[in-house]
Design a binder for this molecule. Structure first.
Ligand code: ZN
Length: 132
């Protein structure tokens, strides 16, 4: 993947973060998921007054991709204030499709977020993954 493609994915994640519906936590999250075919799907967190119904940006992007028949993923970019990694539920959810998915954590509060990306991998974030 080129630097330009990487930059574009970061921009997609940052744009999705702007659309987050997070009136309760006020913690906006944006995600950009690139498939092996090169398609890109975005997601944001969507909270609900019944907190348990909230969906994370990472799972929103994943379900959007799967709904179009995409199940092989090559990169996930997550944008948050502070550059947080995905929650435990999202780690397990993503492991269903890509156990060693590369993940870029973007801190949207940085002046130039692309320069401070934290690169990680789902296998490092979720070792000994559950699978049937
Ligand atoms: Zn999550």
């Amino acid at each position: 993947m080129s630097d330009v493609e990487r930059q574009q994915l970061v921009e997609v994640a940052l744009a999705a973060q702007q659309h987050a519906y997070a009136p309760y936590s006020r913690f906006a999250v944006g995600a950009a998921l690139r498939t092996s075919s090169g398609a890109v799907f975005s997601g944001c967190n969507v909270e609900n007054a019944s907190y348990g119904l909230t969906i994370c940006a990472e799972r929103a992007a994943t379900t959007a991709a799967v709904a179009t028949g995409e199940r092989e993923f090559s990169l996930l970019v997550i944008a948050t204030d502070g550059g947080s990694p995905p929650c435990g539920a999202c780690r397990q959810f993503l492991s269903e499709f890509a156990s060693d998915l590369p993940i870029l954590l973007v801190d949207s509060t940085e002046k130039d977020p692309i320069d401070t990306i934290d690169e990680t991998n789902l296998k490092d974030l979720l070792p000994r993954q559950f699978a049937l």
